[in-house]
Design a protein around this ligand. Structure first.
Ligand SMILES: Nc1ncnc2c1ncn2[C@@H]1O[C@H](COP(=O)(O)OP(=O)(O)OP(=O)(O)O)[C@@H](O)[C@H]1O
Ligand SMILES: [Mg+2]
Length: 329
């Protein structure tokens, strides 16, 4: 029998609000995703603001409970078994690369930030063992322990702060990391650093990563797979290089064509694309209907995922001919 997936999301739907007279707002709809055990990978999630990226990250971290669908870790439904509330889950699935300015309490030195989780999870017994773990983790991310442990967050550079967040994650030996990168972090000087950290976590430490980004260049360089979200739906999924190099879904194509120069390294061009009437359209129809240049009568019905030969899944009827569907519409 093969090992269960590390993570398996099946038909996950998240809604907010709603009431007697008001339909709930759909932030994530029928999303499926799996990461196998023993083959760490980086899965990039891209899409314009409000498309549901952070919501997906929160579902994986166990902070948001889906209204429908299943979230399984090591084959077990985390909500049905209660695993989501366990320390084991908290430790196995970590969030990093949140804005390093907001995760640090300015009143504590770096040493405190690193020692606290060791105590919380009962990882190291005595102070000496804690010190050793802290020192090792800092060296692993290329920092000199003696230069940073006594410092306060404001005394560190953005890159150093980011490395400390990574060091903290490494000490806990998570199996999965959710890296939600805010737009403000897309700074050329930090980009190389982010890439280097993501790769090292995967290749040297065997940790899988859900990398949420607006930056297609980094997504293409480090990720194994790319999920393009639009209004809560994964409209296109595939190998990052393939999707960016030859986008199939009209939404992904629109994003590519709206890059002023055909430069694949250009950042996600959200500002060039007219914002849709997010949340107000009929969800029985294709989510991209009102902006699609190829719309057809059949698009009044939400398209299923059509599987293309190269492992690509596209939620669009343009690809219905002679292709297999993953699910009945
Ligand atoms: N707690 C909440 N209550 C109500 N609506 C919410 C809540 N959290 C998120 N939303 C809505 O769900 C949608 C998706 O939000 P989400 O934060 O996942 O977007 P995102 O893709 O991460 O956007 P960004 O790129 O701006 O970070 C948005 O329209 C947002 O306003
Ligand atoms: Mg977000």
């Amino acid at each position: 029998m093969s090992a269960p997936d590390l993570l398996n999301l099946e038909g996950v739907t998240v809604t907010f609000g709603g009431g007697i007279h008001k339909a709930p707002f759909v932030a994530l709809e029928d999303l499926s995703l799996s990461i196998p055990t023993g083959a760490p990978e980086i899965i990039a999630v891209a899409g314009e603001s409000g498309s549901g990226k952070t919501t997906l990250g929160r579902v994986i971290l166990g902070l948001t409970k889906p209204v429908r669908g299943r979230v399984a870790f090591d084959g077990a439904d985390i909500w049905a078994t209660g695993a989501v509330h366990s320390r084991g889950y908290l430790r196995s699935v970590q969030a990093v690369f949140q804005d390093p300015f907001s995760v640090f309490n300015p009143f504590y030195p770096v040493e405190h930030l690193l020692r606290a989780p060791l105590k919380m999870f009962g990882i190291a017994r005595g102070r000496a063992e804690q010190d050793e773990r802290i020192t090792t983790a800092l060296r692993q991310v290329g920092l000199k322990p003696e230069q940073v442990v006594g410092r306060y967050p404001h005394q560190l550079s953005g890159g150093q702060r980011q490395r400390i967040v990574v060091a903290r994650a490494l000490m806990l030996r998570p199996r999965l990391i959710v890296a939600d990168e805010p737009v403000s972090m897309i700074d050329a000087s930090l980009r190389a650093n982010v890439l280097e950290n993501l790769r090292a976590l995967r290749d040297e430490h065997g940790i899988s990563i859900l990398y949420i980004t607006h930056d297609l260049a980094t997504a293409r360089q480090v990720s194994n797979r790319l999920y393009v979200l639009y209004r809560g739906r994964a409209v296109e999924i595939g190998a990052a290089g393939d999707v960016i190099g030859a986008p199939k879904h009209p939404y992904t194509q629109l994003l590519m064509s709206s890059i002023p120069r055909p430069d694949p390294d250009a950042p996600w061009p959200a500002e060039h694309v007219r914002k849709g009437e997010i949340g107000t359209s009929d969800r029985a129809a294709c989510v991209f209907l009102d902006r699609c240049p190829h719309r057809m009568p059949i698009c009044a019905k939400q398209p299923p995922d059509f599987m293309l030969g190269d492992g690509r899944a596209v939620s669009c009827y343009l690809y219905s001919d002679g292709r297999s569907e993953t699910a009945a519409a």
